[in-house]
Design a protein around this ligand. Structure first.
Ligand code: SF4
Length: 95
């Protein structure tokens, strides 16, 4: 007897639209710039400088905050800054 697992015909799909990433100033950039070690201030500054010229910075920052991205520079914020905001704002975030 085989397993007769039944799946619903339609799966609830809640995939966020991340197409804005293709418009980011980091598109095609070396990923290691955006995922530096937490104490690598030079790489963090370099990533933030790229973010400052990015047309989708606000969307990127909102995505990172909403999805609680744990690592990297997103929307001009490094992980320490995001953690600080999460702590300060708690679950009710305003950014
Ligand atoms: S804000 Fe920074 S990390 Fe986000 S898409 Fe733009 S360049 Fe990339």
């Amino acid at each position: 007897m085989g397993c007769k697992t039944r799946f619903p015909r339609r799966f609830p799909v809640n995939v966020p639209d991340l197409s804005w990433r293709d418009l980011g100033a980091c598109a095609g950039a070396e990923l290691t710039i955006f995922y530096p070690e937490p104490d690598d201030r030079l790489s963090i500054r370099t990533a933030k400088a790229i973010c400052d010229s990015c047309d989708v910075q606000e969307r990127c920052r909102r995505h990172a905050m909403d999805s609680r991205e744990p690592a990297g520079v997103w929307g001009g914020l490094d992980e320490r800054e995001r953690r600080r905001i999460w702590r300060r704002e708690g679950r009710r975030l305003r950014y």
